[in-house]
Design a protein around this ligand. Structure first.
Ligand code: MG
Ligand code: MG
Ligand code: MG
Length: 348
């Protein structure tokens, strides 16, 4: 009996000892972690999606600027090449492109703008800590360990949300920041023409344009022109950029399509496009080839075609054609508005 009690006491004593040691060591642990946190420099990056567009780059810059104005140390970064449209914007408002960072690590905190899906995010996102998300897309698959600031609105552009955040935080917009926000809104909403554009986007863009003394339609067109493929691809590449072959009554035709903000963009290179098209016709034994130059703003398409197509195009669409071109008002879709008409004409 005596032996049993003392054994029990011993057990309790041992247990107590163990708890003390564990408590002591976990206390030590907490102190150590705290110490490291105080000492370690965490990088906080504001970053847009892969293959960044103007909204992603401008959102990263302007949101980083807002955080800095609010006393936070953050840096805007990018995870891909700056496209020519964005380059135009950064040049115009004299702002440097964010630093290229290809991967983040466990030492980094990140604020995501203009995306919230892992597949679109920076490499290493699983290790880094996502601190905030500012976006305008469907909710994706990013998970966080802690509650975060997550602002997502169904508007046309992330920069619309960021413009609101400046207002909500009483931070005045400098002209360069206003310029980036405006540019991104016009880019993402295709100058208010996209079905994703909302009244909020228009209201905010108009306010920004007023601050800058910018005429929206004119500036928007310049913006899209700067980003157009017309000046970047050879005539042959332009024809083949988005290109399909069709067979009607045993003969093959080719129809390519490019989208522009103004058909005048191809004014100086029409002859070269036709020459390149003629080569493709000869190489592939086509009946003819048509390039649709679709004007998104005017909502119509200029058809540029090889010799031999003028009769078909004229009669099929019931229009007067020039030697090698015709403008079809209201025609935007190859699949719905061009191919069925040609098919009807050529197969009956
Ligand atoms: Mg985007
Ligand atoms: Mg966007
Ligand atoms: Mg876009």
């Amino acid at each position: 009996m005596v032996f049993l009690i003392s054994k029990k006491k011993l057990l309790i004593f041992v247990l107590f000892l163990c708890c003390s040691i564990v408590g002591l060591s976990s206390n030590n642990k907490v102190t150590t972690i705290k110490y490291i946190e105080e000492e370690k420099e965490m990088n906080t990056y504001v970053v847009g999606h892969q293959n960044p567009d103007t909204d992603s780059i401008c959102a990263a810059i302007t949101y980083a600027n807002l955080k800095q104005e609010l006393g936070k140390e953050v840096e805007a970064i990018r995870i891909g090449k700056v496209n020519s449209e964005t380059e135009f914007v950064l040049d115009k408002f004299d702002i440097e492109a964010p630093r290229l960072v290809e991967e983040v690590s466990a030492d980094d905190e990140i604020i995501l703008v203009d995306h919230n899906e892992k597949s679109q995010a920076i490499a290493g996102i699983e290790e880094a800590e996502v601190k905030e998300i500012i976006d305008h897309h469907r909710i994706g698959d990013i998970e966080t360990g802690n509650p975060i600031y997550f602002r997502n609105e169904p508007v046309g552009s992330t920069c619309t949300v960021i413009a609101k955040l400046y207002q909500e935080n009483d931070v005045e917009l400098t002209d360069d920041m206003a310029g980036l926000l405006l540019s991104a809104i016009l880019s993402d909403t295709v100058i208010f023409r996209s079905p994703t554009c909302t009244v909020t986007d228009e209201k905010i863009a108009n306010r920004l344009a007023e601050q800058l003394g910018v005429e929206i339609e004119e500036y928007g067109k310049k913006l899209f022109k700067a980003g157009s493929v017309v000046n970047k691809l050879s005539p042959r590449e332009l024809v083949q950029n988005d290109y399909k072959e069709y067979e009607f009554a045993g003969e093959t035709i080719g129809v390519g399509q490019i989208e522009v903000m103004d058909v005048a963009e191809v004014e100086g290179i029409k002859d070269e496009i036709i020459t390149a098209s003629e080569k493709l016709v000869a190489e592939n034994d086509y009946k003819f080839l048509i390039l649709m130059v679709t004007d998104i703003l005017a909502e119509g398409s200029l058809l540029l075609f090889t010799p031999g197509a003028e009769k078909t195009v004229g009669e099929a669409f019931d229009v007067e054609v020039d030697r090698s071109e015709v403008y079809l008002d209201g025609v935007l879709s190859r699949k719905k508005q061009i191919i069925p008409v040609l098919s009807d004409y050529l197969t009956t």
